[in-house]
Design a protein around this ligand. Structure first.
Ligand SMILES: C[S@@+](CC[C@H](N)C(=O)[O-])C[C@H]1O[C@@H](n2cnc3c(N)ncnc32)[C@H](O)[C@@H]1O
Length: 527
């Protein structure tokens, strides 16, 4: 499958998603995989009876969006089932469309690709809100709870297009009815027709059945969670730590279309000016990063940039400035030995390596062999492999067994990812409150291990892509209590003051800085 990228890398890298995603509680508690593959009502993977011919009635971007949403929601298990039914279909998206819907559509053009990205990303982000409306407009709760997954995806798409994209409503109704009829059966088309028409009327009368902010804290959190389409536990956590107003702003940011940054790969002699020139030639609108010399921001045109081969040739990488600023906190210098403790897939390793000008070494450790392989290949492509060594290991065991001491050690710890929810549209539904406790324990263990690799007088940087104080400041405080041999080195020398907290940590705030949320603390080990 061509990864149908235009502006949402994480949403679209579905192979990765299958592996990474845990079952979505919200989605799966009422409709499991069994119903996803049910043959009742000609379910999505029983298309034997259907024509395998090219279908020109259904708009291809809707068909592809519906199938991609199924794949994201049901993850690897769904993909595996498809493969059982037809080997080889997993390799390309049209294969999935054919297997799921029972027909092919014409190939997608650039406009279709952009629509798929918008619809899939938006429908995932707004899922709780959309499901609330769908449930309200169904005959009864049982109709909603027992709905075939493909039918539900078609309804979600229609609701999203009407309510959030504000597309011409009757065209949306017609198109989605047609999709339901062809992919499922005429009755399903009638159902979609009835529910979408009700929605159009309610929207025209400005009377969508939405919850109001009433009742106790819990009830209000539930209402906010529906209105801004996030899990209740996140709303409660953010209301506690940020206050309601900031929590709402954060949720609005998470629901907006993400923009991306590109890092010119100076390791390959390709400068930001070179990148700017190439983007100008490709007519891709861009802005220079105000924070980092190698970075350029783009809101649209990712597809064009990829088609032009800039990523494939290793001339630049997609990297958020929040991650680039963590490398600024490490401040790699030529000749240094650096250990990147949780390195894969390598965004920060590669950037650090490019800063060494061919002198020094970055040892990239990771427990995940597959992701480490991606890092290795990217290092070759970007011509920084001469200063990178990869080590496949559990950091905790590695640190116990090896008595290496480095100038600098970066621990970019596994975390909730609560700072990157605008890019990782599905992550909010996969993260559970219980994950936080497990993650905090792991972060403490990894910090202890990473600290063993720092030479006297050396530097340790702890970072996350989370905005959660329990994963950030609290972990730092706990670490300092356990390790009096380390002290805080304030980061104001390394990043713009706007990112420096009162305790001398680096913190990027999506709402304030319009980049992903991230955190870093820099420690120095006593001599
Ligand atoms: C936040 S990601 C790192 C992202 C990376 N630094 C980058 O910039 O691309 C966390 C990584 O920690 C790795 N990891 C988790 N537990 C680990 C362990 N016990 N030892 C080593 N790596 C681990 C995961 O495989 C994952 O690749």
């Amino acid at each position: 499958m061509a990864y149908l990228l235009s502006n949402s890398i994480r949403v679209l890298n579905s192979a990765e998603l299958y592996k990474a995603s845990k079952p979505s509680k919200f989605a799966n508690e009422n409709r499991g995989l069994k119903s996803a593959t049910s043959t009742r009502g000609r379910g999505p993977v029983s298309p034997v009876h259907k024509t395998q011919k090219l279908n020109l009635e259904v708009s291809p971007h809707r068909a592809v969006s519906a199938v991609r949403l199924m794949r994201i929601e049901f993850g690897g298990a769904f993909a595996d089932l498809l493969n059982e039914n037809g080997k080889g279909s997993g390799d390309n998206e049209m294969g999935y469309v054919k297997r799921t819907l029972g027909f092919r559509t014409r190939a997608l053009d650039d406009r279709d690709l952009r629509l798929v990205t918008d619809i899939v990303g938006g429908t995932i982000r707004w899922r709780r809100y959309l499901d609330h409306l769908i449930l309200a407009l169904c005959h009864d709760e049982n109709t909603f709870r027992s709905m075939e997954p493909l039918l539900l995806q078609i309804l979600r798409i229609g609701f999203y297009e009407i309510v959030k994209l504000e597309m011409p409503p009757y065209a949306v109704v017609d198109e989605n009815v047609r999709l339901a009829k062809v992919a499922l059966r005429p009755g399903a088309g009638n159902m979609v027709n009835g529910v979408l028409r009700k929605l159009v009327l309610l929207k025209e009368n400005n009377s969508l059945p939405l919850p109001t902010l009433e009742g106790n804290d819990r009830a209000q959190a539930r209402a906010l969670a529906t209105l801004y389409s996030h899990p209740v536990w996140m709303v409660r956590r953010w209301t506690k730590y940020l206050g309601r107003e900031e929590a709402i702003k954060l949720m609005m940011w998470n629901n907006s279309n993400p923009s991306f940054s590109l890092r010119a790969n100076s390791g390959k002699g390709f400068t930001r000016s070179d990148l700017v020139m190439r983007l100008q030639m490709l007519k891709v609108p861009h802005d220079i990063s105000p924070y980092l010399n190698d970075f350029v921001r783009i809101k649209t045109g990712m597809q064009i940039m990829m088609q032009a081969g800039l990523l494939k040739e290793g001339l630049c990488s997609v990297q958020d400035e929040s991650a680039g600023l963590i490398v600024s906190v490490v401040d790699p210098q030529p000749g240094e030995s650096i250990i990147d403790c949780c390195a894969a897939p390598g965004g920060k390793t590669l950037f650090m390596a490019s800063r060494l000008s061919g002198r020094g070494v970055v040892s990239a450790i990771d427990i995940n062999k597959g992701r480490l392989r991606i890092l290795k290949e990217a290092a070759k492509l970007q011509k920084v492999d001469d200063v990178i060594t990869t080590i496949h290991a559990d950091l905790r065991i590695y640190a116990d067994d090896n008595h290496v001491k480095s100038d600098k050690v970066l621990l970019d710890a596994p975390c909730s990812g609560l700072g990157v929810l605008s890019k990782r549209a599905d992550l909010r539904w996969n993260r559970r409150w219980e994950d936080m406790e497990q993650l905090k324990n792991l972060q403490d263990e990894l910090l202890d291990a990473a600290s063993m690799l720092v030479k006297p007088g050396g530097v340790l940087v702890y970072s996350t892509c989370s905005i959660d104080p329990e994963e950030n400041e609290e972990r730092v405080a706990a670490f300092l209590l356990r390790h009096p041999e380390f002290s805080i080195d304030p980061v104001d020398k390394y990043v713009p003051t706007d990112f420096v907290t009162e305790h001398g940590f680096y913190s990027s705030n999506p709402v304030k800085h319009s980049i992903d949320g991230a955190f870093a603390a820099r420690f120095v080990r006593s001599l």
